[in-house]
Ligand binder design. Structure first.
Ligand code: SF4
Length: 461
């Protein structure tokens, strides 16, 4: 069964942002004093006490994966984690002082996510310490979603039990591919049996949701070997699957220079593997959530999607409607009210800022009304695949068809191919259109049409 027609693929597989935010992070401007973040935190402190999400970035990894495009520090020196945790606490204290404001009261936390790098680079004692400090500072709502990214090479059953006992109820395993040849070529060797055993442990520990990350387009991957990986993935049956396309950008990401471009699958093979994966997951009862994501029908993400309440932020799709996100650690991004803000990217800059009593912010942006409106449109497309005009017209005092005359002209081509359906009241992305939803959203991105250097981005598939 062919799910994505090759001619559509050739026409619409153009480079584009993943829209974990709008405006996208590359539009942020220098903000070394963290003015936009501080303003937004203070506004929040004087407004209603709404729950918020926290993100903690742990940048360390013991060895480098050659496909990596993350902000990380490769080291075997675990002593480095101690310094980092000390500074992390300074940042948490500074930000929570702003968040508490004159009322001296912090909003409750409804979501916590540990990402990296590899959060499991931290020892059990360090993880306990960090969680205890967060719990001492913030109140967590009952049933808060607490998730952590796990490098399967760094944990065993006992460590997993410890993570569960700390209150984490969601885990995400970085798998990428189970084929030994592919694993060797990406410098990330973790046999299927190891992940399968961890999966069984995680099930026995009753994590609410278990995610597996996969990548297609890696060196030596092909439909035959990828079919075996897919078979193994559905055998361990994670609740969620994230399936990313590998974007080979060695000029931007140094580790990728160790990947031999000659053994990378071409565009046609990548498309076949994507087709294979989609077919396999749907046949096995997974629901398509949106760009790159699948979930079992009973998983919260699938339920929230069916209810039309799916959200998207810097961590991808999430379930926490309207909640602000405060990020801690090097390169962490926050989204609070009208503000986006990103921390400095190196440990030296991070430590220096906190030593000087400053927030370690590097860049940020305060959104204007046009940004807010376009954010709603783009997130509506990315999450629900639909934008209804009337609520936006009412809230922003616009006529949708007039305000977005040019974007609506741009999406005509998608309409002609049945990827988008439009009537007088709404735009809806069709089933086939979902695979090109980034390209549809791009029509509404004002900054992209001001600067036409789209090639900074990876392709949409
Ligand atoms: S892919 Fe993940 S585990 Fe591998 S080097 Fe990058 S951040 Fe570390």
């Amino acid at each position: 069964m062919e799910l994505i027609a090759p001619d559509l693929m050739r026409r619409f597989d153009i480079p584009g942002p993943r829209y974990t935010s709008y405006p996208t992070a590359d539009r942020f401007i220098p903000d070394p004093e963290g003015a936009s973040l501080i303003g937004a935190l203070r506004d929040r402190a004087s407004g209603p006490t709404l729950p918020m999400s926290l993100y903690i970035h742990v940048p360390f990894c013991e060895s480098v994966c050659y496909y990596c495009a993350c902000n990380k520090v490769i080291t075997k020196d675990h002593g480095k984690a101690q310094d980092y945790l000390r500074y992390l606490e300074l940042e948490i204290n500074q930000v929570s002082d702003h968040l508490a404001g004159p009322r001296g009261q912090l909003s409750p936390v409804s979501q916590l996510h540990f990402g990296g790098g590899s959060p499991t680079f931290l020892s059990d004692a360090e993880l306990s310490d960090l969680v205890a400090r967060l719990r001492a500072r913030f109140e967590f709502v009952a049933g808060a979603e607490c998730s952590i990214e796990i490098d399967p090479r760094t944990v065993n059953g006992a460590r997993l039990a410890h993570i569960r006992q700390l209150g984490f109820n969601r885990v995400s395993f970085g798998v990428q591919d189970f084929d030994p040849r592919v694993q060797e070529a990406i410098h990330r060797v973790q046999p299927f049996e190891q992940v399968e055993a961890l999966m069984k442990e995680a099930r026995a520990l009753h994590f609410d949701s278990i995610n597996v990350d996969l990548i297609y387009g890696l060196p030596h991957q092909g439909p035959t070997s990828f079919a075996r990986t897919l078979e193994q993935v559905v055998r361990i049956r994670p609740d969620r699957i994230a399936l990313y396309a590998y974007a080979h950008l060695p000029a931007r990401f140094k580790p990728q220079r160790r990947i031999d471009a000659l053994v990378l699958p071409g565009a046609d093979l990548k498309l076949r593997m994507l087709d294979q994966a989609i077919e396999k997951f749907l046949e096995q009862g997974y629901e398509y959530i949106g760009m790159d994501h699948f979930a079992l029908p009973e998983d919260l993400l699938a339920r929230v999607k069916r209810e039309g309440k799916l959200q998207r932020n810097f961590q991808g799709y999430h379930t926490n409607a309207g909640s602000d996100l405060v990020g801690f650690g090097v390169s962490a991004i926050s989204q609070v009210g009208r503000a986006y803000s990103q921390n400095v990217k190196t440990l030296a800059e991070y430590y220096a800022a906190l030593d000087q009593g400053r927030l370690p912010v590097e860049r940020g942006l305060t959104l204007n009304d046009d940004d807010l409106l376009r954010r709603e449109v783009i997130m509506g497309l990315m999450c629900q695949g639909r934008v209804s005009f009337e609520p936006l017209e009412r809230r922003y005092g616009i006529r949708f068809a007039e305000y977005f005359y040019e974007p609506l002209e741009r999406i005509r081509e998608f309409e002609n191919f049945g990827l988008v359906v439009r009537n007088a009241a709404e735009i809806e992305v069709s089933k086939a259109g979902w695979f090109f939803v980034r390209a549809v959203a791009m029509a509404f991105d004002k900054y992209l049409w001001q600067h036409t250097d789209h090639h900074r981005f990876s392709k949409v598939l």
